[in-house]
Ligand binder design. Sequence first.
Ligand code: SAM
Length: 213
Amino acid sequence: MDYVVARQRMVAEQLVRRGITHPRVLRAMATVRRHLFVEEAFWGRAYGDYSLPIGEKQTISQPFMVACMAEALELEEDQRVLEIGTGSGYQTAILAELGARVYSIERNRALALRARRRLEALGYHHAWVRVGDGSLGWKDKAPFDAIVVSAGAPAIPTPLIEQLAENGRLIVPVGDLQSQVLKKGTKRGMTVRWTDLGDCVFVKLIGEQGWNG
Ligand code: SAM
């Protein structure tokens, strides 16, 4: 299988056709080798229009959803982004390709260690993965220019708003266990302006500001 061609097709057919336009996001999606973030048995399906299992009952997100969230984050070079739900590390790599300094939290230790090793091996030296409850954010490293939550929350986790910088963007799926709405908040002074980006389906955010395990 020619993975370069598979990635180009993924970008053209799944992303551009659905309205992703940001050139740096499209370039990052065409660059990161998604197949290296799943087990070899899934390599042939790595550029399909779906999420895939990554073990521990978790999934690597659908490429369109990763691109959609990356675009909505409006990242500039060297900005600091907090990612909640590292999973395979694929989205972490996309954010790093965009030039961001990525702080990523994963509650599942096995996934976190695997993702950290993978990102190091691939040369992403501006991405840091730690084990923990990301629903509480990463207070020591705040404030963040952007925060992205890759798991569905029952409500907006308030610590994340507190840890956003001025003009910071928060992307978070909010809803019930079956489906959520992808919300984008932009912080201006003491207020946050919210917009809805569309419907989505994520695994649940488990933690103090999420669902019970
Ligand atoms: N974007 C990831 C990727 O590209 O592989 C996939 C993320 S997966 C859909 C959601 C992840 O969130 C799972 O790995 C899950 O263990 C993690 N998670 C759930 N609740 C969490 C929490 N409170 N803190 C950190 N990670 C959490």
